[in-house]
Structures are given as structure tokens and as C-alpha cells.
Write a protein of this length. Structure first.
Length: 90
């Protein structure tokens, strides 16, 4: 990734190799404030939620701010899904 080489190991993480929402392979979009990687189809759903809920950026096309990189590195799909799925049982 030429624009964001810091994301290469994040993308390579096995938990981030599938979309956080639908399990599609090789997600190349992210909700940078939620810290998850999503496929192009789910990125559209996240965009429709509004930027007050989900800020969507391309892993390959957009230059990321350091805080976005930190969020995705710190959270990732596995942690985010565990967090949100736990709250579904309540």
C-alpha cells in the first residue's frame, strides 16, 4: 500500500482479511472511527449511516490521518465484532 504503508500489517492480520459485517474476503474499505475493515458493499451501508456514526475511507485510495491508523490498529474486526455482538444479547 503506497499511501498508507502503516496499514500493511493490519490488512495482513487474519481477523481483518474478511469484512467485519458480511465476511466477504479482502475488505479494502474501513470505518476509521469504528476501527473496522469492510468490503465495498458494506462501506456503502456505513456511508448511509452518516459520518456522525461511521466515517468510511478506502485503504488503498485515501491518505489516512494518524488517529485513523491508530483506531484500526487498536481495534480491528475481531475486537469490534466481539464488542458489538456481546451487546446484542442484552
Amino acid at each position: 500500500n503506497n499511501l498508507n504503508p502503516e496499514l500493511d500489517h493490519v490488512i495482513a492480520d487474519s481477523a481483518n482479511r474478511i469484512c467485519a459485517d458480511c465476511d466477504a474476503k479482502a475488505p479494502r474499505w474501513a470505518s476509521v472511527n469504528l476501527g473496522i475493515l469492510v468490503c465495498i458493499d458494506c462501506s456503502g451501508a456505513h456511508r448511509n449511516l452518516g459520518t456522525h456514526i461511521s466515517v468510511v475511507k478506502s485503504v488503498m485510495l485515501d491518505k489516512w490521518q494518524p488517529k485513523w491508523i491508530h483506531a484500526v490498529k487498536s481495534i480491528g474486526n475481531e475486537v469490534a465484532n466481539a464488542y458489538y455482538e456481546q451487546r446484542m444479547d442484552s
